[in-house]
Write a protein that binds this ligand. Structure first.
Ligand code: OGA
Ligand code: MN
Length: 282
């Protein structure tokens, strides 16, 4: 079967049209889907209304091993299928009870871990009438386009990623005592090589970065800011307008993403969420 692939945006993204999970999933289509994903960074399957948490995991396994959810609070995952997370605009911090805006600014997932998830998948179950898009930025093209002097300055420098950066524009869910070990932090190259395409991408995370190797604090922050401003220019962005039943997987190695909280917060935005285990960075 050859897949019907359509571009989602100029910057990145592709949709696989008319893919029926139960009918069309086999080794060949799985390999082809992975190829399309690596090239396009973000992949969309429409009309997956019949997907339940278990079949969602079956789809997810096309892309690798499923990574357990980090947040262990009960309201953050599906009780019978705990590897499937719940993402809702009604969620609150497990400790303070305050409303949190999960995903609400540019980031890449879980980069404070040594092997961050290679991809994250969302399945849209409830969406607001208007707004609530997910923004994506293509950090591979952004790296490719970096001016030579900046590319050289980045070189093979690493950045430190922690659970919650002191500079983060938003709060992460508070870790409870038994979760504190998850806050070890990790160093990752700012120019990260993709293990499938072998291409480099700018790899940074404004909610997690705390330092850049070999640079004074302020100089490191200023480099991170310059790289973020560069990578999130309009020309590298795609804004996904959700339809019910959409399944989207993004590549955490080559993109940044952000949830747009521009919608009426009395309406429910609800997604199921699965992460795909990743590899050590280089
Ligand atoms: C996430 C995330 C974005 C969104 O699930 O990791 O950032 O639009 N979600 O909900
Ligand atoms: Mn995210």
């Amino acid at each position: 079967m050859s897949l019907d692939v359509r571009k989602l945006g100029d910057a990145l993204g592709a949709e696989i049209v008319g893919f029926d999970l139960l009918r069309d999933l086999n080794e060949d289509t799985a390999a082809e889907i992975n190829h399309v994903w690596a090239e396009n960074c973000v992949l969309c399957f429409r009309d997956q209304q019949s997907l339940n948490p278990k079949s969602f995991l079956t789809l997810a396994r096309i892309f690798g091993d499923v990574q357990p959810q980090l947040a262990t609070s009960k309201e953050y995952s599906v009780p019978e299928v705990p590897d499937v997370g719940i993402l809702s605009n009604r969620q609150t911090d497990p400790v303070s009870g305050a409303k949190i805006m999960r995903g609400g600014s540019w980031h890449t997932d879980h980069s404070h871990s040594a092997k961050p998830p290679r991809g994250t998948i969302l399945h849209a179950l409830e969406i607001p009438d208007k707004g609530g898009d997910t923004l994506f930025a293509n950090c591979r093209t952004a790296y490719h386009d970096l001016p030579d002097n900046l590319k050289k300055f980045v070189g093979d420098r690493k950045a430190h990623h922690v659970y919650l950066s002191s500079r983060s524009p938003r709060k992460m869910p508070t870790l409870r005592d038994h979760e504190k070990h998850l806050d070890k932090g990790a160093w990752h190259p700012l120019a990260r090589t993709h293990p499938v395409t072998n291409e480099k991408s700018i790899y940074l995370n404004p909610i997690r970065n705390e330092a850049v190797e070999g640079l004074e604090t302020e100089q490191g922050f200023s480099l991170l800011d310059d790289l973020l401003t560069h990578a999130t220019q309009q020309k590298y962005q795609y804004s996904h307008k959700w339809h019910l039943g959409d399944v989207i997987i993004w590549d955490n190695r080559s993109t940044l993403h952000a949830a747009n909280f521009d919608y009426d917060q009395t309406q429910h935005r609800l997604m199921h969420r699965v992460m795909i285990a990743g590899e050590a960075t280089y």
